[in-house]
Design a protein. Structure first.
Length: 270
């Protein structure tokens, strides 16, 4: 067996969580990531017949039976993943009953996956139905994106328009727009179901007054989606109190979409 600590998926989790913590997106134990892995690749590092223990997920995910994920742990700090991945991360497989996670590696201190796992699994199922290549779900609390929640209408179209009109690259990076939920209690299936419903249309979902969910084909794409929203939100908040002399117009957004050949939400433009 190859060294699991040198596997590309553990390395990606280490680098991504460290970067997110450094940027202030995941204070304390805030935020979580789940990353669907290729079984053949995992088999190079782990004995897939060796189940360390089983953990109930609190959600029936029949569509994901047999799928393997590397997931951040509950109560764990992103800043500690890099130095102690085996305690702060776990590799799980959804068991045949659809409601149990088989621990294949990690959570070595007796811990378990993030309490948001049901929301992640629901989002994975929703995104796989749209794009089978979407393998990463990422949740965090980007500062300016969250600040914008307090001074902007929480509406898919209006929130998306404000971001698109603030930074030229937004139309190119997330032409499908941003879904927005009202404040909801986190850590339960209700918010997971609402997020998954939005994920059928969007790769990005704002949790009102809480944070953001992003989904993509890999770590770079998913991180980049959130990073781009956060940059636009930062520009929006820095300039929100000033007279708006210039802005990107709807016609200019159409020019961007045509130039970069992106399929955008046409109903979001006037």
């Amino acid at each position: 067996m190859k060294d699991i600590f040198k596997s590309p998926f553990v390395e990606e989790m280490k680098k991504t969580t460290a970067n997110m913590y450094r940027l202030g997106w995941d204070e304390r134990n805030g935020g979580n990531i789940s990353y669907m892995l290729n079984e053949a690749e995992v088999a190079e590092y782990l004995d897939l017949n060796n189940v360390i223990r089983t953990i109930p997920t609190g959600f029936k995910a029949d569509a994901l039976i047999g799928k393997i994920f590397i997931v951040t742990g509950t109560g764990k700090y992103f800043k500690n993943v890099e130095v102690d991945p085996e305690s702060n991360l776990g590799i799980i497989r959804i068991a045949k009953d659809g409601t149990t996670a088989e621990l294949l590696w990690g959570y070595s201190d007796g811990g378990r996956f993030t309490s948001e796992l049901p929301a992640h699994l629901m989002s994975h199922m929703a995104r796989l139905g749209v794009n089978p290549e979407n393998r990463v779900v990422m949740h965090c609390h980007p500062t300016y994106t969250l600040a914008m929640n307090y001074s902007h209408k929480l509406d898919d179209r209006e929130f998306t328009r404000s971001l698109w009109k603030t930074c030229t690259e937004c139309m190119v990076v997330f032409p499908d727009g941003v879904g927005v939920l009202p404040w909801m209690l986190c850590g339960n299936n209700e918010i997971g179901e609402a997020t998954a419903e939005k994920m059928k249309e969007y790769r990005l979902v704002i949790w009102g007054l809480h944070g953001i969910y992003g989904a993509g084909k890999d770590m770079d794409e998913t991180f980049g989606l959130i990073e781009t929203v956060e940059k636009a939100a930062q520009l929006y908040m820095i300039s929100a109190h000033l007279p708006r002399i210039n802005t990107i117009t709807d016609d200019q957004l159409r020019v961007i979409a045509e130039a970069f050949k992106v399929d955008y939400r046409k109903d979001f433009l006037d």
